[in-house]
Design a protein around this ligand. Structure first.
Ligand code: HSE
Length: 420
């Protein structure tokens, strides 16, 4: 028999405890041993968790219990779980976590500390989808060319509702919170930070890159409006919040941002709270992974798969490499990223305005691919919408600064990157 302790019995923790009991037969057959929850730790002992396990409010009751072999960390946050997980590893306990923020900041320190002690985290990225296992095991013969994915269910749910039903941003965010998809602080979802944590974990497995969220380009969906959604549709695009890791000649691009993608692509068809990740390997070609990226049972499914792997003795190096890659892949600086762009701006409805704008873009060698002007009756301003040919992030950012300085341009300019 293997005993586990669960730090944090919230939605996912309760599902872990309940599935270990409801699916005990198949789990024991697959693991080769019975797995039982010895203790769960919660902040408030008076709240009903809907579980039939012993509870304590002191995390050290799990860490100090010598009969507990595996610590399952489902608390959320960074500092407190980091302290507790380090303590568990020091005592030789295996760790399973779903905590993407902890890994986004501390995965290399934890790998160092874990050494040969199993440290698993399948549930941290894209919930129930076994994407960590795919990169750690199934695709190990390949150089990874790219990873592109919808890694945040809340924003995908919001964008789907906005695109398909014309729903209003604030209302649909409230709905995602009510349905329990959103993080405690939803700015983590809409601002792209949650997706960036997951992307960084995948980037370590694919490229051995030790980057932190502040090192990479992260933009959220806050500025997307119905005008952008309609423009995208009319030009054959869907807007998705993507996490992108891509090997280019000079390094590896890591970025999270709303992206216009071909509406016929598989990722464009992933709707609602679902997640999907496309991984391209140099030998296998494109592989796709699709499923529930959030929710108690789906996430618990990944947590329990890790527990079973540990019990079976199947352990792989925590971040996928037995030896370091010695700087083989470097993070490409943000300003060197090259892609196509969509720009939206409000301009005066006067002669000569278009010429001023296209001249300014020309000064930065930015070539326009398509353009649309939308006017409203009696309004003195019109909306100008462009897509550009490929150029660097540095050029588009400088051009936007200069465009904003023109008298004929009013307010902010919205930019959305396009992936072809
Ligand atoms: N808030 C996250 C999401 C939960 O919406 O995908 C899973 O990490």
């Amino acid at each position: 028999m293997v005993k586990i302790g669960i730090l944090g019995v919230g939605t996912v923790g309760a599902s872990v405890a309940n599935i270990l009991s409801s699916n005990a037969d198949i789990i024991e057959a697959r693991a080769g041993k019975k797995i039982v929850v010895e203790l769960g730790v919660v902040r408030d002992l008076n709240r009903d968790r809907g579980v039939n396990i012993k509870l304590s409010s002191n995390p050290m009751d799990i860490i100090n219990d010598e009969t507990i072999d595996i610590v399952v960390e489902l608390m959320g946050g960074v500092d407190e779980p980091f302290k507790l997980v380090k303590e568990a590893l020091r005592r030789g306990k295996a760790v399973v976590t779903a905590n993407k923020a902890l890994l986004a900041y501390h995965r290399y320190e934890l790998q160092e500390l874990a050494g040969d002690i199993p440290f698993m985290y399948e549930a941290s990225t894209a919930g129930g989808i076994p994407i960590i296992g795919a990169l750690k095991n199934g695709l190990t013969a390949n150089h990874i060319e790219s990873i592109q994915g919808i890694m945040n269910g809340t924003t995908n749910y919001m964008l789907t509702k906005m695109i398909k039903e014309g729903a209003n941003y604030d209302e649909v965010l409230k709905e995602a919170q009510r349905l329990g998809y959103a993080e405690a602080d939803p700015t983590f979802d809409v601002g792209g930070f949650d997706a960036s944590h997951k992307l960084l974990i995948l980037a370590s497995l694919a490229y051995g890159i030790d980057a932190k969220p502040e090192d990479i380009l992260i933009e959220g969906i806050e500025n997307i409006t119905q005008v952008d959604v309609e423009f995208a549709k009319s030009f054959g695009y869907e807007i998705k919040l993507l996490g992108i890791a891509k090997k280019v000649d000079e390094g590896v691009e890591l970025r999270v941002h709303p992206t216009m993608i071909d509406s016929n692509s598989m990722l464009a068809k992933v709707d609602g709270v679902m997640n999907a990740v496309s991984v391209v390997g140099d030998k296998v070609g494109e592989t796709m992974y699709y499923g529930a990226g959030a929710g108690g049972d789906a996430t618990a499914s990944a947590v329990i798969a890790d527990i079973i792997d540990i019990v079976r003795g199947n352990t792989t190096p925590m971040l996928g490499y037995k030896r370091g890659l010695e700087g083989k892949f470097e993070l490409l600086p943000e300003e060197d990223i090259i892609t196509n762009y969509y720009l939206r701006m409000e301009v005066d409805d006067k002669s000569g305005v278009l010429a001023k704008i296209t001249t300014k873009l020309g000064e930065f060698d930015i070539s326009i691919e398509s353009m649309l002007q939308k006017s409203h009756r009696n309004a003195s301003h019109v909306k100008l919408l462009f897509t550009t040919h490929k150029c660097t992030e540095a050029k588009i950012q400088e051009a936007m600064l200069e465009l904003r300085r023109l008298d004929c341009v009013h307010g902010n300019i919205t930019m959305i990157r396009i992936e072809k």
